[in-house]
Design a protein. Sequence first.
Length: 94
Amino acid sequence: MSELKPCPFCGNGDAINIVSGGWHLVRCFYCGFLSNSHYKREDAIKDWNTRPTEDALTAKLADIRRIFDGLGEQPTNEAIIHAMSEIKSVVYDA
């Protein structure tokens, strides 16, 4: 099932949607980790694929890339100092 992200604990990409007693959940073939049970298949997949920490870090990285891209080819010292201040704000949520 390519719509499933790798296991959040072991990183293995082999997971399957299981239906048990009318409830859907996702199980990692490698480590056996199970998602929460859901009435709808889509909810079980969404639960499995939800990675709040990973999503937050990806957003921060995108912000940092945007700051670097804004520096241009030959940034001035002022621009570098300003960019470092912006990056500090992104990293420390200041």
